[in-house]
Write a protein that binds this ligand. Structure first.
Ligand code: 5BU
Length: 456
């Protein structure tokens, strides 16, 4: 491998940096212009660049490489060939949802992907790529960049928790060129003044999370379509978890807060006086107030037992639940026994401290969920691929944890960080002295967080 300086001088000869007076995309007048694309016209130099970039990543662990389109594509390809790491390709053009994929190549959610970028200015293109890649369930920890124009992009990405490794900063480049008599003192000063005086640009990026309308168009299961339609109609993404112990309390709460929610989530096995009559009354309130019935049964057994638990026993869940939760612990076949009418929500990741649902578990849970047609989404505490709806429990506006292992986040946080679809609130509502007022508060706060999430 040649030195960085030698590499730069060879690249300079190809015309990757020009000095003069240039108008940038942003309208700013710049005394230099950088374009790294010519490097691909010199295969030896491209190979050299790939080695330099791989060297920056020598302490990183990753399964895949992805270049930010288009300029970094040859670089990422060369790195893939050099390192034997599979390449994935991100499309630049927008696609008709449900028809073409945004990421091409073979990958599985949960894998770690390194991003490669040629020049970073505000970080906008990188953030767009990150959103697309993470949406498919891939993890990004490291980003490698050939040149940092020192305009705010690197700090923005670091703030967001990514490691950014850059081969050069623009300052280093001009210093090296000056040292090699390729730049006059005056030009050097001119550039340095420009760098000092140019305002830091903050990337304004359109969020790439899908809207409820877009998700409804993607979903084929009736329960998924229904919950999204209710969300749009009621301007609510709130699921109330009514973890109370009598049918009277459930019915009363359902009646009181029914207008503000998309579903009532239940743990029917904690109710003392369950009866068929209760189910009839609850269904009638659900119809009147337009919300779904969601039994949080968390099935976790072999298919044969789960089927008996779902269809039989006291509760006959299959008779009335629109949605149910199930673990994936017993493997894919155990999930195939549920009636196709019920929407299954798998448990991919739990909200409790020290849960065993680590990254690898989540990755496998997502794979299984994507293979079963009536799985409509997952319970998780981080982003999911856009084909699955994300249901987030552990939401509370007033607490950060309880004393039994539960962790809470605010609606704003789970939308902002995880692009959730539905918030699940238990004690925040049913334990309050005024559940109606509190449900309205969560409805409003969840909806505002969603609107903010789709607009930024
Ligand atoms: P809370 O009172 O807001 O903590 O109630 C949360 C509800 O969501 C409760 O019924 C839990 O059983 C449920 N839950 C959860 O809190 N965390 C998880 O990871 C899963 C379910 Br899965």
């Amino acid at each position: 491998m040649i030195s960085k300086e030698e590499f730069l001088l060879k690249a300079y000869k190809l015309g990757i940096i020009k000095f003069g007076n240039f108008t940038l995309k942003s309208g700013i007048q710049s005394p230099f212009y950088v374009d790294l694309r010519p490097i691909a016209s010199d295969p030896e130099l491209l190979k050299e660049l790939s080695q330099q970039l791989l060297n920056l990543l020598k302490k990183s662990c990753y399964d895949l490489i992805c270049g930010v389109p288009y300029a970094a594509l040859p670089m990422a390809t060369a790195m893939s060939l050099d390192s034997g790491t599979p390449l994935i390709i991100k499309r630049k053009e927008s696609k008709g949802y449900g028809t073409k994929k945004m990421l091409e190549g073979i990958f599985k959610s949960g894998q770690t992907c390194v991003l490669v970028e040629d020049v970073i200015t505000s970080g906008k293109s990188l953030i767009e790529t990150i959103e697309e890649v993470e949406k498919e369930g891939l993890r990004i920890k490291d980003i490698v960049v050939v040149l940092d124009r020192e305009q705010g992009g690197v700090s923005l990405l670091k703030e967001k928790g990514y490691n950014v490794y850059n081969l050069f900063t623009i300052e280093e480049v001009v210093d090296l060129l000056y040292k090699n008599n390729l730049l006059s003192q005056e030009e050097l000063q001119n550039i340095k003044n420009f760098l000092k005086s140019t305002p830091i640009v903050t990337a304004q990026v359109k969020s790439s999370r899908l809207t409820y309308e877009e998700k409804a168009a993607l979903q084929s299961h009736p329960a998924a379509k229904k919950i999204l339609e209710i969300a749009i109609k009621k301007k609510s993404n709130l699921i109330a978890s009514l973890d109370v112990s009598t049918t009277q309390e459930v019915l009363q709460l359902a009646e009181t807060i029914g207008d503000t929610i998309v579903a009532v989530k239940l743990h029917t096995d904690i109710i003392k006086d369950f009866s068929e009559e209760y189910v009839i009354k609850l269904k009638s309130i659900a119809n009147k107030k337009n919300f779904l019935l969601f039994e949080d049964r968390k099935f976790g057994d072999i298919g044969n037992t789960q089927q008996m638990q779902f269809e039989g026993g006291l509760y006959k869940i299959s008779d009335w639940a629109d949605l149910i939760t199930s673990h994936v612990i017993a493997g894919e076949d155990s999930l195939k026994i549920f009636d196709s009418k019920v929407g299954i929500i798998t448990i991919a990741e739990m909200s409790s401290s020290a849960t065993l649902t680590d990254e690898n578990y989540k990755k496998r849970a997502i794979e299984i969920s994507e293979n079963i047609s009536n799985v409509i989404g997952c319970v998780a505490q981080s982003k999911l691929p856009s084909s699955l709806l994300l249901f987030t429990p552990g939401v509370n506006l007033n607490s950060i944890k309880d004393k039994k292992g539960q962790n809470f986040n605010t609606p704003e946080k789970v939308f902002d960080k995880n692009h959730t679809d539905f918030i699940i609130v238990g004690r925040g509502i049913y334990k309050s002295t005024d559940p109606k007022k509190e449900a309205l508060k969560y409805q409003k706060s969840g909806w505002e967080a969603y609107l903010k999430n789709i607009s930024i």
